[in-house]
Design a protein. Structure first.
Length: 350
């Protein structure tokens, strides 16, 4: 007598492939502001025909339009990715009815995650602000800074000190934030053991990388990841390469490429960490493309490119999404930028 044994193989989607006992993954979200395919290609060809993005495990494309405009700005795009809703250009953290929306950073924070934001712009600029602020205009910098002071984000690094201590209302937010320590250098940031640290890297806008901006983004990110990891909790980290966009607005290839190369070196450090950690999801994308950049000439042997621009503003081109680590396959395909939030929320609610 023979007993027939039937084997049933259940194929689980990547989202549910881990057991419930598994630790929640860390999330590192990286946004190259204004970073389209030509910006990436320009950085790659200027770097011996190599980009760290080649280490990505999955690649996708996102649509970037805002609620009211085919060509988005950073406020609307940042809100779409951070909160999963379309809104008007210049609006931060509010939906089309001007109701506040929860961001992925806030959801992570409320679940007990450590949180951090690092930007090469001011920390109150539209993209970083879209992860913690709710204002009708991205230019309400004093109000955005005030909201940051109450956000309970563990670590924040960026320019814009004047919005904290040289304000029209005469408040000094740095003095008011008595549960935070404030660093004045990378070395002092490194030495601080607090779970709440602010590092305002410049009085106003930070200078460009081609002008000698220090400390480097890769050093800031590496040090912040080490701090986040030391608390033995899952963490959410937002990293913005802000000035890729500024180089595009100015049609300044030296500025744009130098920012792209620094962002690329930072990606390499993040991938190194995620590869070692084995429980970190990395998502790298852009809010939009800036400048309508094309590569019209160059030389591979000399790592030189010649760019031509069709605009001094944003364009409506789709932008790429690169991902690495657990659940990274979720980010392949072609979809709306609001789905970045949806996919991240699904990961942390697994």
């Amino acid at each position: 007598m023979f007993i027939k044994i039937t084997m049933v193989i259940v194929l689980l989607s990547p989202l549910y492939s881990l057991s419930q006992e598994s630790k929640p993954p860390n999330i590192i979200m990286m946004i190259g502001d204004g970073m389209g395919l030509s910006q990436i290609s320009s950085g790659m060809y200027s770097n011996n025909n190599y980009t760290s993005l080649e280490r990505s495990q999955h690649v996708g494309l996102i649509k970037t339009h805002s609620f009211d405009n085919l060509v988005t700005d950073s406020a609307a795009a940042g809100t779409a990715m951070s909160s999963g809703v379309k809104t008007y250009n210049r609006v931060v953290g509010l939906d089309e009815k001007f109701s506040p929306v929860n961001t992925i950073l806030e959801i992570c924070r409320d679940k007990g995650y450590m949180t951090a934001i690092i930007a090469t712009s001011t920390i109150v600029h539209a993209t970083p602000a879209s992860y913690y602020s709710k204002v009708k205009s991205r230019y309400e910098y004093d109000e955005i800074a005030s909201q940051l002071s109450k956000s309970n984000i563990n670590f924040f690094i960026g320019g814009g000190e004047k919005f904290f201590n040289d304000r029209s209302d005469k408040r000094n937010l740095i003095n008011e934030m008595n549960d935070y320590f404030f660093a004045n250098s990378l070395e002092s940031f490194k030495k601080m053991n607090s779970n709440k640290i602010g590092f305002l890297t410049s009085y106003d806008d930070p200078i460009g990388k081609h002008e000698g901006r220090k400390p480097s983004l890769e050093d800031l990110v590496q040090m912040t990841v080490e701090k986040l990891k030391s608390f033995n909790k899952p963490f959410f980290l937002l990293v913005e390469g802000s000035q890729i966009d500024w180089g595009g607005h100015d049609n300044d290839s030296e500025h744009m490429i130098s920012e792209m190369l620094e962002f690329d070196r930072t990606i390499d450090k993040v991938f190194d960490f995620a590869d070692y950690d084995r429980n970190t999801t990395v998502v790298i994308t852009a809010d939009h493309e800036t400048g309508g950049v094309a590569i019209i000439d160059g030389n591979l042997e000399d790592s030189k490119v010649v760019n031509k621009y069709v605009s001094e503003d944003h364009t409506a081109s789709m932008v790429p999404v690169f991902s690495f680590g657990p659940y990274s396959s979720l980010f392949s395909g072609v979809y709306d930028n609001t789905e970045i939030f949806d996919k991240l929320e699904a990961i942390i609610n697994k």
